[in-house]
Design a protein around this ligand. Structure first.
Ligand code: E4P
Length: 224
């Protein structure tokens, strides 16, 4: 399972890079706009914080295949490293994906809501498909079931495309996708924290501290 951080917030990226086994960062136009700053400076800063090896997914804002390819090439040139261009599913997006595959530029096909969309994106050469779990759950869909079906259909057709489940609002949604076998998830810093948090863990740790201090006071193993 690859854990990716879904944010453009540099403070969150620095924090999560230090404390979690992070595979990279995803952004989209809304996430970038939220930071209210210069696009190129922000994306370059994200790259410099995560380094060249971790994945960075940056979404095109173009609407034609030709311009998507042009934008992808400029992003690749200026940002470099382990980069994926996020492209929303659609005719122009599929055409751009097929072009970018030939050019050796990675693609994450995004705004996926059905296994049929995911399958055709994978056939076009997308490296990742990003289904939106919470947005499906919000309309009484079943986001994790869609993710499970995408995993199944890509395996059935032996396609070398990973599922990058996205749009999460809680840790349970992430866990269901993990159980469905999706290879990667992109989540906020809050959800990473929720994943590792459990009240019984807090109780257990407090008990260890109390028992240790009763016997050894404030000394730690380093001082013994
Ligand atoms: C992936 O990067 C998606 O763009 C993102 O997870 C969507 O999340 P949202 O539904 O919370 O906007």
């Amino acid at each position: 399972m690859l854990y990716i951080l879904d944010t453009g917030n540099l403070k969150d990226i620095r924090h999560c890079k230090a404390f979690y086994p992070l595979a990279g960062v995803t952004t989209n136009p809304s996430i970038i706009a939220r930071e209210k700053t210069d696009f190129w400076n922000l994306v370059k800063d994200i790259r410099s914080v995560i380094g060249a090896e971790k994945m960075l997914h940056v979404q095109t804002v173009q609407t034609t295949a030709e311009k998507m390819v042009e934008e992808a090439q400029i992003i690749k040139e200026r940002i470099g490293g382990n980069l994926y261009i996020k492209i929303p599913i659609g005719e122009e997006g599929l055409k751009a994906t097929m072009e970018l595959q030939k050019l050796g530029i990675g693609v994450t096909m995004t705004a996926i809501f059905t296994p049929a969309q995911a399958l055709i994106a994978a056939k076009a050469g997308a490296d990742f498909v990003a289904p939106y779990v919470n947005r499906l759950d919000n309309i009484i869909g079943d986001g994790s079931r869609v993710v499970a079906e995408i995993v199944q259909v890509l395996e059935a057709h032996r396609l070398d495309c990973k599922v990058l489940a996205a749009s999460f609002k809680n840790a349970q949604q992430v866990h269901k996708c993990a159980m469905a076998g999706c290879q990667s998830v992109t989540v906020s810093a809050d959800i990473l924290k929720a994943i590792i948090t459990h009240p019984m863990t807090d109780v257990a740790v407090a008990g260890f501290q109390k028992d240790w201090q009763a016997a050894y006071g404030e000394q730690t193993i380093l001082e013994l």
